[in-house]
Design a protein around this ligand. Sequence first.
Ligand SMILES: [Zn+2]
Length: 273
Amino acid sequence: MSDFFKKHKKNIIYSTASAILVLAVVFTCVFFYHESFNDEILGVPYTHEEFLLPEPPPPVEVPPLPQPAGRFVAEVPDQKTVYLTFDDGPSPVTEQILDVLKKENIPATFFVLGKNVEEYPDLTKRIASEGHKIANHSYSHDYKQIYKTDDETFLNEVLKTEEIILSLVDRVSYSKVFRFPGGSFEDYKWSKMDVLIENDYSFIDWNCSNGDAEGHDIPPEKLTSKTIATAGNKNAVVVLMHDAGRKYTTPLALPDIIRYFRENGYVFSTIYR
Ligand SMILES: [Zn+2]
């Protein structure tokens, strides 16, 4: 071993010295790079406005409450919360609705129909990609098909729609909450609630409406005033609106509706589980 050392002494010394030299150069470079980087950041005068486009304040999103299957509980303790919901889409007005929501940076829940998801797969994907939740509103929306038949036919409407949606978007965008076409109010729908619960579904109606189901071509101001009147001073507001071709005034009223809830201390959340 010592013979080997003597024989190669010079080489070993040169190699070690070279290695130390290389390391010193590398450390020096890294040090000066950092220094100059800091100088650049600190030295360049810039204003906030130059680098950031003006954006509305981000909404405080309330995390979904862990809850079992059953009637969905929208109440969030000590927090005024509003849930914007759009039924019956996707449709020719979905893009306008999404444009407003994007501009305002607001999340919403879309209760879609399986048959319309089949017709508008790209819109369905866009809804999910912009952070909204997609929930189930049956396949056909045909009351006779959904309610006047056996439970299996009803369940098939729900599961078929689920399958179509999940072929396009991730589970994280799909909410296992059903909205009964026409609401859950009539007692002949009660047996269907059991079917939903057995299949790990929740359901939800609404406690506020923009009134766009009451006719066509309703002026946006009317939709806004109806929303404000029916919201009252509730802590949890679930707003029913429609995403349908003939409801083209619905997206036009949306900016004022959003402004009203913002100014009154509500946070915007989604119906999700
Ligand atoms: Zn509907």
